[in-house]
Design a protein around this ligand. Structure first.
Ligand code: PNS
Length: 165
């Protein structure tokens, strides 16, 4: 059988990255040869963390994984995947609501670029209720986010909230 190398893009907003994202990166990195975590430079949404901060946080948290790279993109995901010669888009789903969104994106992406296959991993049970949006709400309301995000992300969140109030 001819060997084909698998290059995957794991796209997202990662504002901020959570333990759920990190689990997906760890599991995805074992399935492919090279995994590019690609942060969307979203011009519509006002993110809590600037792009360079999100890049730094994910680089810190993924340093143990030698085949993981952190990058950013703007515009269409399939065009970025083509530019990076990626043949896989990696995404995670936590529940049926995620399934509907992800199925729609995967079908649209496949119609636009059939060469890229979407690989969906089911989130681990302990992260199935976790989202970046909820993490931001908890920290803003004075809660402890340490169980939900990497330690360096938790420190940055606490610092951000304390300097904003
Ligand atoms: O972390 P998120 O916000 O769930 O990630 C969503 C993301 C970045 C995967 C999605 O919005 C995306 O791919 N945006 C790029 C623009 C694009 O290609 N849109 C068409 C997708 S069908």
């Amino acid at each position: 059988m001819p060997q084909r190398s698998l290059v995957a893009v794991y796209p997202g907003s990662f504002d901020p990255p959570t333990n759920g994202h990190l689990d997906l990166i760890a599991r995805g990195s074992r399935l492919v040869d090279h995994l590019i975590v690609a942060i969307l430079q979203n011009t519509h949404k006002q993110p809590l963390f600037a792009l360079n901060e999100r890049i730094e946080m994910i680089r810190e948290a993924t340093s143990p994984f030698p085949n993981v790279e952190v990058d950013s993109f703007q515009g269409l995901l399939v065009e970025y995947a083509a530019a990076r010669d990626a043949n896989v888009v990696l995404r995670g789903i936590r529940n049926m609501a995620d399934y509907e969104t992800e199925a729609q994106m995967a079908l649209l992406n496949r119609r636009m670029r059939p060469e890229t296959e979407t690989l969906v991993l089911i989130a681990r049970e302990e992260y199935s209720f976790l989202s970046s949006r909820m993490v931001k709400e908890i920290i803003t309301l004075g809660g402890d986010v340490a169980p939900f995000v990497p330690a360096s992300v938790s420190k940055r969140l606490e610092h951000r909230v304390s300097t904003e109030q």
